[in-house]
Ligand binder design. Structure first.
Ligand code: HEC
Ligand code: HEC
Ligand code: HEC
Ligand code: HEC
Length: 445
């Protein structure tokens, strides 16, 4: 099973170096967006993109705007190309048998996230193969409308989008796409039934996972001119806001809760049930008058509340108040009102606030300082929240070459505590976060 922490810890140095070249300049976000599947779409399969003159070169080319080795990167280095094959392995067989499914590789439940899942035979082109897993069109959309025209000289990104290419440049839209599989929704979800059967725990952060994928595109000045700049801290906060929104939807969903008063187990903090009693957490934790109770798993909301504080203290305070009423009320009333108010706050205020945020070193430093201090004072963090804090801190540092360089050592030490959920020790994370936070007081501004 995957341990994200270990992968993060080993890729972190590479990632920081990769990000050193990123310059913080303006970025406009477009409105929220959802994936639809109109019936005139025809999925052609990645075989239609893989010619060496198109996206299948072995090495990146200098002669065109794009790298042209995207297919090679995807098929060799990107787990998405193996997503279907995973359904044939031993773990998947065991998961399926635990669930009473005969064949994971034929089950719509698994295929909906582990392949370009197209139900209608009439929407599959000649070269479409389920075996290709999560391929180009899972993310870029069915290619029939734009395959011919997109490589013509003079065709712009806007033209391609008009012809049906999914626009993944707006980070809001990109996050929604990734989260549809990496968090799930009412149509496809990894619920506690699936976890209980053995599915690895899902966790996602837009900036970090973009680098881990790895990226088959380069944000250089040409890309910025054609599309938009990419700011890691904005990607992180946008991803958190989208995930906060998805979490609230899940809590409000009739499909994922029982009568709205007891959400599905996967919406609670996994490690509040799954931990060793020998740790005697009660000796270290403070429970604020609520010991022995289940805790909702809301890392994105909790972290977002901190991250937006330097941008808009009032919205952050409002979020804090609504979060505490949510925690108090969900057991009794289902907390429908708090969930609705939080949804409005996230969608109408927080997402636009992030889209408008300044991209200067001062703002990034203030956010870093706030989040590092929060990480260092968080009482007895679970692995879930610690991992999200770690990824958030790394995305913030990656925004500025200056910050990334100054705190490289502290970041590495923090990630060393996140190597695996099995060996995770809250007190080690807190100590590393304290060290980072103490030196961030001297952050360049
Ligand atoms: C159609 C569903 C789907 C979409 C959309 C999707 N993913 Fe994935 N992703 C998966 C599946 C399934 C896996 C696991 C593949 C495997 O190992 O079998 C995965 C794996 C990954 C991994 C590797 C994780 C690891 O621990 O090795 C990264 C990184 C990743 N995805 C990033 C992204 C990003 C970034 C986006 C959005 C731009 C995205 N994904 C969109 C389904 C999806
Ligand atoms: C909501 C989307 C979703 C559904 C439904 C889903 N998966 Fe996954 N699965 C993922 C993602 C995303 C990952 C990668 C997690 C990561 O690395 O962060 C993954 C990872 C896995 C892995 C680990 C892969 C590895 O590289 O070790 C296995 C095994 C797996 N899934 C099997 C299944 C089976 C079997 C089913 C159906 C019973 C299923 N999944 C249903 C999204 C999904
Ligand atoms: C998991 C999602 C995902 C998959 C799978 C995927 N892409 Fe992408 N791709 C992205 C994202 C996100 C971007 C960045 C947004 C953008 O530039 O449009 C991108 C960007 C690109 C670009 C733009 C480069 C530029 O400089 O403008 C090309 C070309 C591309 N992808 C081709 C492919 C091809 C070919 C495949 C299949 C072999 C593929 N992608 C598979 C998510 C994906
Ligand atoms: C309310 C308590 C509770 C919460 C919260 C909870 N679980 Fe469970 N979990 C259980 C129980 C009870 C079982 C069944 C144990 C058994 O069969 O022995 C279980 C079983 C499992 C199993 C299979 C047994 C094992 O040890 O391998 C996995 C894996 C699992 N849960 C993962 C998760 C994940 C991931 C989350 C968070 C997304 C989570 N659980 C949240 C109570 C919980």
């Amino acid at each position: 099973m995957i341990e994200l922490g270990r992968r993060l810890a080993t890729t972190i140095t590479m990632k920081v170096i990769k990000h050193l070249s990123i310059i913080a300049v303006g970025l406009a976000l477009l409105p929220s967006w959802a994936i639809a599947l109109p019936s005139d779409q025809l999925f052609l399969g990645p075989g239609s993109c893989s010619s060496s003159n198109c996206h299948g070169d072995i090495k990146p080319r200098n002669s065109s705007n794009v790298l042209q080795n995207e297919y090679t990167t995807w098929s060799k280095h990107d787990r998405h190309s193996k997503a279907y094959l995973t359904l044939l392995n031993k773990d998947s067989k065991k998961i399926a048998s635990n669930l009473g499914i005969t064949d994971a590789a034929k089950a719509p439940l698994c295929l909906s996230c582990h392949a370009t899942y197209v139900e209608e035979a009439s929407q599959k082109g000649e070269r479409f193969r389920l075996e290709d897993g999560v391929a180009c069109e899972s993310c870029h959309g069915a290619a029939n409308g734009w395959l011919k025209t997109h490589a013509e000289t003079g065709s712009t990104h806007a033209d391609n989008v008009k012809n049906g290419l999914t626009d993944l440049v707006p980070l809001d839209a990109r996050a929604s796409l990734c989260l549809s599989c990496h968090y799930g929704n009412d149509e496809k979800t990894v619920n506690h039934n699936l976890y209980g059967a053995g599915h690895p725990r899902l966790s996602f952060e837009l900036d970090t996972f973009g680098v881990l994928q790895p990226k088959h595109w380069v944000v250089d000045s040409d890309y910025e001119k054609r599309k938009a700049p990419y700011i890691p801290v904005v990607a992180w906060m946008t991803g958190q806001a989208r995930q906060a929104d998805e979490t609230l939807r899940a809590l409000a969903s009739e499909k994922r809760s029982k009568n709205g008063t007891f959400p599905e187990l996967s919406l609670f903090d996994c490690f509040s049930c799954h931990h060793n009693l020998a740790e005697e957490q009660w000796k270290h934790r403070s429970y604020g008058g609520n010991p022995g109770q289940l805790k909702l798993n809301l890392p994105s909301l909790v972290i977002l509340k901190e991250a937006i504080a330097p941008l808009d203290q009032a919205s952050s305070d409002q979020m804090g108040e609504l979060l505490s009423s949510l925690h108090k009320e969900y057991k009794v009333t289902g907390a429908k009102d708090s969930i609705a108010s939080l949804t409005t706050l996230v969608e109408d205020k927080v997402i636009p606030l992030i889209a408008r945020m300044p991209h200067d070193l001062g703002t990034t430093s203030k956010i870093l300082s706030r989040i590092a201090s929060f990480a260092s004072t968080y009482q007895w963090p679970t692995f879930e929240i610690a991992e999200q804090l770690g990824m958030g801190i790394q995305a913030t540092l990656a925004t500025s070459p200056q910050l990334a360089k100054v705190y490289a050592v502290e970041l590495k030490e923090l990630f060393a505590t996140l190597k695996s959920s099995k060996s995770f020790k809250a007190e080690r994370f807190t100590a590393a976060a304290k060290k980072l936070s103490a030196s961030v007081v001297r952050a360049p501004r």
